[in-house]
Design a protein around this ligand. Structure first.
Ligand SMILES: NC(=O)c1ccc[n+]([C@@H]2O[C@H](COP(=O)([O-])OP(=O)(O)OC[C@H]3O[C@@H](n4cnc5c(N)ncnc54)[C@H](OP(=O)(O)O)[C@@H]3O)[C@@H](O)[C@H]2O)c1
Length: 314
């Protein structure tokens, strides 16, 4: 069977570039939306040139030009959108509504994967303000997809290791703490950590799979379901050093909301749901979902002690 043609929207982004790489690695004809708005952004341009060298096709298109999106979508079978959705970086999730309209009009797409790749927004109807905006916007996009009857897969990728593992889940830094580590509550709530490259690998595996059609794919490989304390222990074992642990009760953590700027408040809310409420693991995957490592046992996913290794002597 011929491999599906994949269009990656947001292909120069933090996740988007990984989808491009994984798609090329799996031998899919890979297309990337090239937006004129990147202008003089030399880093994006260089990355696009490199992907072209590796065999990707660059397709001109803009979110300000509906026809260009329709024409881009018509060239492929599958669209993966990696639109930005991190407040302290860039956040444009609702722009995807334009892409949904283009996919609906083009009428040829066998699978659309919107920009999700985090906490399952369908389980976050009681999320805290203002961080709930991420979940609400992802649900708005889902609603548009479903109303347009577009075949889809939602990928719930849990905690990206780059944001959560190297820093032992500390806020406001991406580096491991040297002496003291804040522990959320008793530190025993189970979380799921994922190497971002594995997120891309599992995502690409799912696109032609009838088992994931119109379902949520949860990335929950068993050895990466860990508590914060277990993660800290792994780091202490690697470094041979013990960190001072400072336990933060839930109400003290929430008190940080006061005086924080908007992006920080979003982060505090998300951390609270993950590390105090256990929103990544406090449910069974039901019939509307599949677990990635069960579907694709051939993927050798990165374990978190291996991931942490790269931070040694950094
Ligand atoms: N689970 C986790 O721990 C976690 C962590 C981070 C992010 N995420 C999720 O992952 C997804 C992708 O986030 P990311 O950090 O990879 O995004 P990002 O790198 O900040 O941005 C991705 C792409 O969005 C596109 N974009 C941004 N502004 C745009 C605009 N005004 N018009 C058109 N395109 C625009 C750009 O595409 P071009 O390449 O075309 O310029 C950009 O490269 C989001 O849904 C986010 O919530 C999850």
């Amino acid at each position: 069977m011929a491999k599906s043609r994949i269009l990656v929207v947001g292909g120069t982004g933090y996740m988007g570039r990984r989808f491009v790489k994984a798609s090329l690695a799996e031998g899919h004809p890979t297309y990337i939306l090239r937006r004129p708005e990147i202008g003089l952004d030399i880093d994006k341009l260089q990355l696009l040139l490199e992907f072209k060298r590796q065999g990707a096709r660059l397709i001109d298109g803009s979110f300000s030009d509906h026809r260009s999106l329709v024409e881009a979508v018509k060239l492929v079978d599958v669209v993966i959108c990696a639109m930005s959705g991190v407040h302290f970086r860039s956040h444009n999730l609702l722009l995807q509504l334009k892409l949904v309209r283009a996919i609906e009009e083009a009428g040829n797409i066998k699978r659309f994967l919107p920009s999700e790749f985090g906490i399952d927004p369908a389980r976050m109807e009681n999320a805290l303000e203002p961080g709930r905006v991420t979940f609400d916007e992802k649900m708005t996009v889902r609603k548009a997809i479903q109303e347009a009857n577009i075949p889809h897969t939602y990928v719930s990728a849990n905690c990206f290791a780059g944001y959560f593992v190297g820093n032992l889940c500390q806020m406001g830094t991406l580096l491991p703490p040297k002496h003291k580590v804040n522990i959320y509550g008793d530190g025993n709530v189970k979380v799921v950590f994922m190497d971002e490259d594995d997120v891309a690998t599992y995502t690409i595996k799912s696109i032609d799979d009838p088992r994931t059609l119109n379902k949520t794919l949860y990335l929950r490989p068993p050895e990466n379901v860990l508590s914060q304390s277990e993660l800290v222990e792994k780091w202490e074992k690697l470094t041979g050093k013990t960190l001072e642990k400072i336990s933060i009760p839930g109400e003290d953590f929430l008190a940080l909301l006061k005086g924080a700027d908007f992006a920080e408040q979003v982060g505090i809310g998300h951390f609270y749901h993950i590390f105090y409420e256990g929103c990544l693991t406090n449910f069974e995957i039901g019939e509307n979902g599949e677990e990635a490592s069960k579907l694709y046992p051939e993927v050798e996913y990165t374990r978190m002690h291996e991931y942490l290794n790269r931070y040694l002597d950094f």
